[in-house]
Design a protein around this ligand. Structure first.
Ligand SMILES: [Zn+2]
Length: 115
């Protein structure tokens, strides 16, 4: 069974936490499953893509003169919306969670450094 099939099976037996069928004894399970699904969705199409602006979806330009003193973090600028940020490489691209700011220089919510 692959992950998609497993999700379908669980989805068919575990209702949303708001569903009337969910009694108190099973509420934790329904909430836990909802949490798992939300995390799975984060890793899919809506997730970050290398070279794609996390603010507007435009193509990013990597800044010139990249220095590696941050350990695999590359600054970028989005020509479409003016956002700037850094994309991280932990051996491979691992997300736009480094210092993402909009054109006005304000940090983009939910993009704070997590480490
Ligand atoms: Zn952009």
């Amino acid at each position: 069974m692959d992950l998609n099939e497993a999700v379908k099976v669980l989805d068919s037996v575990i209702p949303e936490p708001s569903n009337k069928m969910v009694d108190r004894a099973h509420l934790d399970i329904a909430v836990a499953w909802k949490t798992v699904k939300e995390h799975l969705n984060l890793g899919k199409a809506e997730g970050d893509q290398e070279g794609i602006c996390p603010v507007c979806g435009g193509e990013l330009e990597l800044e010139d003169n990249v220095q590696m003193d941050d350990g695999g973090v590359y600054p970028w600028k989005c020509p479409s919306c003016g956002a700037t940020g850094k994309q991280g490489y932990d051996e491979v691209f691992d997300g736009h969670h480094y210092d993402v700011r909009d054109a006005g220089g304000k940090p983009v919510p939910g993009r704070e450094e997590e480490k």
